[in-house]
Design a protein around this ligand. Structure first.
Ligand code: SF4
Ligand code: SF4
Length: 352
């Protein structure tokens, strides 16, 4: 549970790799940052074998263990390749840890044997969830998702729940978390949608109030261990992301990228599982992402802020590597305010 929230770096001897087993998704969530155009492309068995070979080469050079996260599109639409890669790596004697986030459209009991940490996406009760998480024909997905999410909660050992919080769902956050806790989820991770252009200062005040309400609710009502995303997030120095050290994204066609947000963008490609890493591409991108962010000069949050660590995210949000997004900045400030509130009113138990 803790593993997923940490930031890996070169000296941890664990290679992180995000494997995109398909770019296709059967849902069409209104906020999907992967765009509406999701080609029906799947990782083939041949590319999976080449991916395993690439990983073995990298592992032998530098690492003791590997953390494989399976990604999409919707990764369960290519479950056979997930099972194949995880099974092969284990069979070859590597120390592996596996994770995946699913939209819960597919129920497959067998996948629980291959995934150590499964995250299901569910935004709250039916009204809230169906506001944004819809099928390709625009129908709400709650009914199918809730049945499968409960199935996985029962059958998978570590099931987490991921909620997306937007300008049109923020006022329902506290009740949503309470509802999901009532269903049995004990790791609930709300995440702000940075790509939603309708966030305002007032809505961030509302977000703060929602977390305050959740904190009070938890003190009064929750007597089992429960992790609730931002409430329990440890604020710690992040350091800059280093391309080539902080893990790889391997796309379904075998091309390699440094970061989830730009997987598939040719200008960010740093290699291919068949030919290996292109050191010149790594150097070029590292030079760009190691820059300072002058607009933040003097801010006390600099060591902790994601806008400092992830310049590629800045670029995706604002068009400029060194221009942080106002939404991201507002969230970082809200988190600091929340920590102070929890310190002043809390139980001192942060469950981290
Ligand atoms: S389920 Fe995930 S990948 Fe599919 S449309 Fe929704 S957010 Fe995008
Ligand atoms: S984005 Fe905002 S919170 Fe983050 S370092 Fe810059 S000014 Fe500070």
């Amino acid at each position: 549970m803790v593993k997923r929230n940490r930031y890996l770096s070169c000296d941890q001897h664990t290679l992180f790799c995000n494997i995109w087993v398909t770019s296709f998704c059967n849902f069409s969530c209104k906020y999907c940052y992967e765009s509406t155009d999701k080609p029906e492309a799947y990782m083939s068995r041949e590319t999976a074998d080449q991916t395993i070979q690439f990983l073995e080469t990298v592992m032998q050079q530098h690492y003791d263990g590997i953390w494989l996260n399976f990604h999409g599109g919707e990764p369960m639409l290519n479950a056979k390749i997930i099972k194949y890669i995880a099974g092969e790596m284990e069979h070859r004697g590597y120390s592996i840890y596996t994770s995946m986030t699913t939209n819960c459209s597919v129920r497959d009991a067998e996948i629980c044997d291959y995934i150590d940490e499964l995250t299901v996406s569910l935004d709250g009760d039916q009204t809230v969830h169906d506001r944004n998480r819809v099928t390709r024909t625009g129908k709400g997905t709650f009914q199918i998702v809730i049945d499968n999410a409960r199935f996985y909660l029962e059958h998978a050992e570590n099931t987490r729940l991921r909620m997306v919080v937007r300008s049109d769902t923020v006022s329902d956050l506290a009740l949503g978390v309470q509802y999901l806790y009532g269903l049995g989820f004990r790791v609930i991770i709300p995440g702000v949608d940075y790509f939603d252009p309708d966030w305002t200062e007032t809505l961030f005040d509302q977000l703060f109030e929602q977390y305050q309400a959740l904190h009070r609710w938890r003190i009064a009502n929750v007597h089992e261990e429960a992790i609730i995303g931002t409430l329990d997030e440890k604020i710690k120095p992040r350091g800059k992301c280093v391309v080539g050290c902080d893990g790889y994204q391997i796309a379904q066609d075998g091309k390699i990228y440094p970061c989830t947000y730009i997987t598939g963008k040719p200008e960010y490609c740093i290699g291919d599982v068949r030919s290996g890493i292109d050191p010149e591409a790594v150097r070029r991108i590292n030079c760009a992402v190691q820059q300072d962010v002058p607009a933040c000069s003097g801010c006390a949050n600099i060591p902790y802020c994601i806008a400092q660590r992830c310049l590629i995210l800045n670029q995706q949000l604002t068009g400029e590597l060194t221009t942080p997004s106002a939404i991201l900045c507002a969230e970082e400030n809200m988190k600091q305010k929340l920590r102070k509130y929890i310190r002043e009113t809390g139980t001192g138990d942060t469950h981290v």
